[in-house]
Design a protein around this ligand. Structure first.
Ligand SMILES: Nc1nc2c(c(=O)[nH]1)N(C=O)[C@@H](CNc1ccc(C(=O)N[C@@H](CCC(=O)O)C(=O)O)cc1)CN2
Ligand SMILES: Nc1nc2c(ncn2[C@@H]2O[C@H](COP(=O)(O)OP(=O)(O)OP(=O)(O)O)[C@@H](O)[C@H]2O)c(=O)[nH]1
Ligand SMILES: [Mg+2]
Length: 497
């Protein structure tokens, strides 16, 4: 395969000015083309040795002085001969070098992802690792970097293999019993149990796809609630900059605003939205319509309620989020509730000598695990804890936050992370993509059919389903990926990768 591939060339670095820019060649003519650009290089250069060389144009005029690297097949990234010219990072200079490399027709421009595709086709990396290369290039948060790096070193690949190998062994056992019933007698005995165990493993991987998506594209969190609740003030506080306009006039925010932050390595896109109210003006109503649309597409909505909000109103605002999970908080908690209070708050306050709920971990608004900076068992004076000590017994405590003073904001951040992520750290995740999850689902479904067939049907049927499951799994690792699937995967890469 290596010897018939045409030689490809592309810039391996971004087409913007940088300290160094790299032109990379892969294929049988890589060295020849490379030496035309760097004639001072010996005909048989030492592999992996960095030569300082003059790069020249077709007329032999110097274009740059840079490093020349040769990797001899198969000990290279692609498994083919690879040559790199590491030049100064002028985009124009690199264009000239690229044009020169193409000039004699010995090499053609690489297609997107073609270097990595060759690494895959030449057996250097499997499909999940090739995908991790693209994930790493696209990573824009620490958790995305770490998860992709884990994928590159084989985290997902190994888990898929831990599924694929026993499944293949099972298939071989079943086929053995079917084809050589005498020799292989009994090899199918525990088939049902083996299938079940493998299916559980597949399901566990599928369950990680949600986290994979969060890590890959970051979480989306929107602040919403009635006008003037202090959403924009809180947004600015969470972002750490005065991004949103704040004013005491209700209806200040019209267009939703977004900002990207990184919390504990997790990328989070925060949205500030137009406040909701019953009788908005025309333009404001448009903003409110946008708020509703946005709420339907986020991972988590934060309902910011001003002090003294009546429960019936709170319920109404809650409903605006539709199916999106909501974390409800009491905003402007620095304001003395008594001055702005409505009846409900007074009723609750009359009971403020009630002991705090024993655990804030129950219910939807709870902070889980060590993420909470507030120990639920520590007794505290009323109004100093970010957790509302005055919540009626039996209801989950609500977080009290002030965007103005910053009170409760750290706890809110942890509560958001814990709701988005649950326990553990965002970095320790296998990046299961939608593509992987889809193939794993098909593998799991086939196993489920195999499992019932093991009770109700013939061994042929069981074995057939196990084979289907293997085929679906092979789409994850690449062992049975079709040309079309491989095309689709590598087209997402950038040129030069
Ligand atoms: N300059 C440069 N930096 C780069 C790359 C590159 O191609 N060029 N890479 C491109 O993505 C990444 C490094 N990936 C690489 C992966 C394998 C091999 C390689 O030569 N593998 C051989 C030998 C292994 C060994 O010596 O341990 C092999 O697998 O046989 C090289 C780079 C990131 N940095
Ligand atoms: N005391 C106090 N005042 C606050 C707090 N947050 C906001 N405010 C004030 O409340 C008013 C409204 O604040 P915004 O942050 O603009 O409220 P909003 O929810 O974004 O309002 P709209 O965009 O109009 O829906 C401003 O005068 C803020 O200074 C807070 O935590 N405590
Ligand atoms: Mg606002």
């Amino acid at each position: 395969m290596t010897s018939v591939s045409p030689t490809i060339v592309a810039l391996a670095t971004a087409p913007t000015a940088g300290a160094v820019g790299i032109l990379r060649l892969s294929g049988p003519a890589a060295l020849e083309v490379g030496r035309r650009l760097a004639p001072g290089i010996p005909a048989e250069p030492t592999p992996r040795h960095a030569y300082l060389a003059t790069f020249v144009d077709a007329a032999g005029r110097a274009l740059d002085e840079g490093l020349f690297l040769y990797f001899r097949a198969p000990a290279s990234f692609t498994g083919e001969d690879v040559v790199e010219l590491q030049a100064h990072g002028s985009p124009r200079l690199l264009q000239l070098l690229l044009a020169r490399a193409l000039e004699d027709g010995l090499a053609r421009l690489a297609m997107p992802g073609e270097f990595t595709r060759r690494a895959f086709l030449n057996g250097r990396i499997d499909l999940t690792r090739a995908e991790a290369v693209a994930d790493l290039v696209a990573a824009d948060s620490e958790s995305a970097v770490r998860a992709a790096a884990a994928g590159l070193s084989g985290a997902l690949s190994e888990r898929v293999r831990a599924l694929e190998e026993p499944l293949r062994a099972l298939h071989a056992d079943l086929e053995g019993v079917l084809n050589f019933p005498d020799e292989a007698e009994g090899a199918d005995e525990d088939a049902g149990a083996r299938v079940q165990a493998l299916r559980a493993q597949a399901e566990a991987l599928i369950a990680e796809a949600g986290h994979g998506r969060l890590v890959r594209r970051g979480a989306r969190v929107a602040l919403f609630g009635p006008v003037n609740a202090g959403k924009s003030t809180l947004f600015n506080r969470l972002v750490g900059e005065a991004r949103a306009l704040v004013d005491d006039e209700p209806g200040t925010t019209r267009d939703a605003l977004e900002a990207r932050v990184e919390w504990r390595g997790l990328g989070v896109t925060l949205f500030d939205t137009a406040g909701l109210r019953e009788t908005p003006g025309r333009v404001e109503a448009l903003g409110i319509a946008r708020t509703r649309e946005l709420l339907s597409g986020v991972d988590l909505a934060v309902l910011v309620l001003p002090p003294g909000t009546a429960e019936a109103d709170a319920e109404r605002w809650l409903a605006e989020a539709g199916a999106t999970p909501v974390l409800r908080i009491d905003g402007k908690c620095d304001v003395d509730a008594r001055s702005s209070a409505m009846t409900e708050v007074r009723v609750v306050e009359a009971r403020s000598d009630d002991s705090r709920p024993t655990s804030p971990r129950t219910g939807v608004d709870a902070v889980q695990g060590s993420a909470s900076t507030e120990s639920p068992s520590t007794p505290r004076a009323p109004f100093t804890s970010p957790w509302d000590a005055t919540s009626p017994p039996g209801t989950p405590p609500r977080l009290r936050v002030s965007g103005l003073t910053g009170e409760g904001v750290d706890t809110l951040r942890e509560a958001l992370l814990s709701r988005l992520w649950g326990g553990g750290t965002p970095s320790a995740v296998a990046l299961v993509s939608e593509r992987h999850a889809d193939a794993l689902r098909r593998a799991s479904e086939a196993l489920s059919r195999a499992e019932s067939a093991s009770r109700l049907s013939t061994l042929e049927v069981v074995s057939g389903e196990v084979a289907l499951s293997l085929e679906a799994l092979g789409e994850v690792s690449g062992t049975s990926a079709s040309e079309a699937l491989i095309d689709a995967i590598f087209q997402r890469f950038c040129i030069g990768k």
